[in-house]
Design a protein around this ligand. Structure first.
Ligand code: ATP
Ligand code: PRP
Ligand code: NIO
Length: 493
């Protein structure tokens, strides 16, 4: 897929924060640009107070990196940039250096649809410092939003307990790209279809839809509108019943169903978009059953989210299909995932790797140093803990994983009695793509399969049981020693 190129027709290399260029220039001026570094992309808290997060956005990252080059119009723009005093921001020789730049990074990442947790690397970039740095903003932009929406979708799909969830968000999404990326991520999270026709064309997501109130309002009566719609779509008649009076709408839909039956066809569904969805869906179900129309599906929409769906399920509402828009594609209750991208190691002038740490007053903001990876341990197919570890640490029979924020939380794992899977997968080697991307349907299936590995207590929508993710002991020690070495030991007055 060349989604970003198809959509934006050119290089996206300038779609970054200006400070990436100020640093790039300064790295180049001080002779550090080609020095090797490692950066890690991770988040610190699951969104929505969720017990898990679903990774998405890697496909866009791959496109971005494959198109990573400076085109002449971009170079001209950079050359014309000025400091506040009117002097050129960048020397011509730097612009020439950018012109020749070829993407040379190694990238490893968790696959889309993978279930991920705070502090573990989602993407690891190793390569020339300048290239690692320039990737910071676009990688965060691409991973943060899609991961957020895939997670929201997964929660909604879990609440729907196997019923199809139709994504209806385009009209309320954050602009064109927000909508397209959200439709893609919502599908990864488990939605069944999108109403966004362009997302269908670009990504191959199934497209589905009913009709709006305007269709009914364009006729003298609701019954005429239903009949005309059934004539237009005899094989896919879904009627919106709540324009004037929901139960009367159901009666009219039943009349149309009988006509369809006489022609060897059937009414596929009705949609309720207002009022008490439990009451109206149960009444509608009773009326449909009385008319022998047990197979007619009831679609509900109207500001739904995982919590309202859960409540409607508890109320035993007779809803078979859920249409969800605004609260899904805008991640209404948490509009951003806070993933960050931090340097974790750099080669010194002798060519030796040095782990790097950012020390903060807030311990949650201290990153994981070194060339690290993450392993998931499973027992009889169930995930029991994730270990963040330094790649050059020899494997041991027993490991202890230590929560980086609360080191009293620890878990011992007998590695010879469990299965282990390394979660970072090679994506690029020396700038060349080595990863074969699965199609979007396989990614969506991946989400279901991976989520199935987790105990339901971690998937509970409120107050979930915290899944154990920790640092392997050696890494924990490296990190603690680095913090102690870097942090002033005296408490400031
Ligand atoms: N039985 C129910 N239990 C919990 N929430 C419900 C139930 N029925 C509907 N809701 C939710 O309550 C909210 C009702 O919102 P609102 O009052 O705006 O709807 P409405 O009265 O149908 O009006 P509108 O025509 O503006 O959609 C929606 O978010 C809807 O999903
Ligand atoms: O509620 P959402 O989850 O965003 O789902 C999409 C909404 O979009 C349509 O409404 P419309 O734009 O016609 O407005 P209205 O039904 O709120 O009047 C549809 O009837 C849903 O109610
Ligand atoms: O197809 C539908 O029913 C639909 C599409 C977008 C928004 N609301 C409803």
């Amino acid at each position: 897929m060349k989604i970003t190129r198809d959509l934006y027709q050119g290089s996206l290399t300038l779609l970054t924060d200006y400070y990436q260029f100020t640093m790039a220039y300064a790295y180049w001026k001080s002779g550090k640009a080609e020095q090797e570094a490692v950066f890690s992309l991770y988040f610190r808290k699951n969104p929505f107070q969720s017990g898990f997060t679903v990774a998405a956005g890697l496909d866009y990252v791959i496109d971005y990196c494959r198109n990573f080059s400076f085109q002449e119009p971009d170079l001209r723009y950079l050359l014309e940039m000025r400091n506040p005093d009117g002097s050129p921001s960048f020397e011509t020789a730097f612009i020439d250096y950018l012109r020749e730049m070829e993407f040379r990074c190694d990238i490893d990442a968790v696959e889309e649809g993978e279930v991920v947790f705070p502090n573990m690397p989602l993407v690891r970039v190793k390569g020339p410092l300048i290239q690692c740095q320039l990737l910071e903003t676009p990688l965060l932009n691409l991973i943060n939003f899609q991961t957020l929406i895939a997670t929201k979708a997964a929660r909604i799909v879990l609440a729907a307990k196997g019923d199809p969830v139709l994504e209806f968000g385009l009209r309320r999404a954050q602009g064109i790209d927000g909508a397209l990326a959200a439709s893609r991520a919502a599908y990864i999270g488990g939605c069944s279809s999108t109403s966004n026709v362009m997302a269908g064309k670009l990504f191959g997501i199934p497209v589905a839809g009913t009709h709006a109130h305007s269709w009914i309002m364009s006729f003298e009566t609701e019954l005429e509108a239903f009949e005309a719609y059934a004539e237009s779509f005899p094989d896919n008649t879904v009627l919106l019943v709540d324009t004037y009076d929901t139960l009367n709408g159901v009666r009219n839909a039943i009349q149309v169903a009988e006509k369809l039956k006489a022609n060897g066809k059937s009414l596929k569904g009705i949609r309720i978009d207002s009022g008490d969805l439990a009451y109206f869906s149960n009444k509608a179900r009773e009326m449909l059953e009385k008319a022998g129309l047990n197979a007619v599906k009831i679609v509900a929409s109207n500001d739904l989210d995982e919590h309202i769906i859960t409540s409607l399920k508890l109320q035993e509402a007779s809803i078979d299909v859920w249409g969800v828009g605004t609260k899904l594609v805008t991640a209404y209750d948490q509009p951003a995932l806070g993933a960050v991208y931090k340097m974790s190691a750099m080669k010194d002038s002798k060519g030796d790797w040095q782990p790097k740490i950012k020390v903060s007053q807030q311990s949650i903001k201290i990153n994981v140093p070194g060339f690290h990876n993450v392993k998931r341990f499973t027992l009889n197919g169930k995930a029991i803990g994730d270990m963040i570890y330094l790649e050059d640490t020899a494997s041991k029979e027993t490991v202890t994983i230590i929560d980086p924020i609360d080191p009293t939380r620890r878990k011992r794992i007998q590695t010879d009695q469990v299965e282990a899977k390394v979660l970072l997968v090679p994506i690029f080697r020396k700038g060349q793509k080595v990863y074969h991307r699965p199609d979007l349907h396989a990614v969506r299936q991946n989400t279901f399969d991976r989520l199935a590995q987790f105990d339901k207590t971690h998937k509970r929508l409120t107050n979930p049981h915290i899944y154990p993710v920790g640092l392997e002991e050696t890494l924990y020690e490296v990190r603690t020693n680095l913090v102690l070495k870097t942090k002033p030991t005296e408490i400031a007055d």
